[in-house]
Design a protein around this ligand. Structure first.
Ligand code: CU
Length: 170
């Protein structure tokens, strides 16, 4: 009986290590400075931001994100359309080979639509990132106040919220 168990454990260990030898895309991505934007209770949307570094020789696509903080989570980008800040959903966010993609206010972001948990400074939010190969990475991030750091974010945020509301009214 003991022998069988040992053999089983060894087999398991072998399969785990051979699995780890094949690095997943999630393993090749390093996340730094993640944070979510503080919003008042009942706000239609918030967003999360972070820096993604790709340590592999191949471009990696972030294809989806989920969070317990929000049922609808979308990958978004801001564009400056003749001075009007707009945002739209994107199918993926690419991190170049051996390169970096920064998600920040005014650029790429992970939109948390109709958040169900309180997004207040001092709270922590978890977002799961999913990459093209199906591998996932959990990112725990603090909630920060963005408007204090960027004076003109209020206007931009009004735009965002209107956009989101109209985008989800069907
Ligand atoms: Cu957005």
């Amino acid at each position: 009986m003991k022998k069988t168990l040992t053999a089983f454990s060894l087999g398991l260990l072998t399969s785990i290590s051979s699995f780890q030898a094949m690095a997943t895309q999630a393993d090749d991505i390093s996340v730094s400075d993640p944070f979510a934007r503080e919003v008042p209770p009942g706000a239609p949307a918030s967003a999360s931001f972070m820096t993604l570094d790709n340590m592999s020789d191949q471009a990696i696509k972030l294809v989806q994100a989920t969070s317990e903080a929000s049922k609808i989570v979308e990958l978004h980008v801001h564009t400056n359309d003749n001075g009007v800040m707009r945002m739209r959903k994107v199918e993926f966010i690419e991190i170049p080979a051996n390169g970096q993609t920064v998600l920040n206010p005014g650029g790429f972001h992970i939109m948390l639509i109709n958040p169900v948990t309180l997004l207040k400074v001092g709270q922590t939010v978890s977002v799961q990132l999913q990459f093209e190969d199906g591998s996932t990475k959990q990112v725990d991030m603090p909630v920060k106040s963005v408007k204090n750091r960027m004076g003109n974010m209020n206007n931009g945020m009004d735009h965002k919220m209107k956009h989101d509301m109209s985008g989800h009214m069907h």
